[in-house]
Design a binder for this molecule. Sequence first.
Ligand code: PEP
Length: 246
Amino acid sequence: MALKKLVAGNWKMHGTGADLAEVNAISLAAETAPCDVALCLPATLIERAVRAAPGFAIGGQDCHSADKGAHTGEISAAMLKDAGALLTIVGHSERRESHGESDAVVRAKAETAMAEGLSVILCVGESLETREAGRAVEVVSAQIDASLPPAATGKTLAVAYEPIWAIGTGKVPSADDIAEMHAALRNRLVDAYGDAGREIRILYGGSVKATNAAEIFAIANVDGALVGGASLKAADFLPIIAAGAA
Ligand code: PEP
């Protein structure tokens, strides 16, 4: 049976108070959406967004693996929770690449976030070099095996498959390639968690737009999307949400 889809926006380093009107418009649409909807915002906006859109799922984009400590510029899972976040992304390729985050670090972040009561969107994905070498499934399977926290359910974890070369580029893998990767990820999740692994949503991320969302959502084991650029404006994001009927 198809899982209820999750369409999550990742605003990255975009958004100030002036953009709360977009959060509001998206949260209103979420009330009648055919799928679950969330927005992962810059930390500075979380509390204001939660106040502006009570009940709407606001998340962070990263958290530290430690509960607290001497980590200048970092944010803890407890701080996200305290600001009103319900979820957080961990292991986004922009963090893995520019902050050198290993699978072990991502796994520790996921564990800490879950212990704090946040649900987690855990990202994996291959480089163009890996894809062209024909090693995408092998490499992403190893990445997920090493990044998964020891326990998870469909309520506490979603996995986002985001090919690095598709993020912000307008390029999208073929439907067959997405289906192959999502089937491999489903197998890894069932191996790790048994039947609970069938309830964990596997999102696709990388240049999802209003024009390709329905086609991507129709692929087996695609249980939603993680959306960057097209989540910043309600006018772009709402048609993607509308396409998320299971
Ligand atoms: C992302 O960075 O998570 C992402 C999917 O970005 P975009 O939709 O802009 O490709």
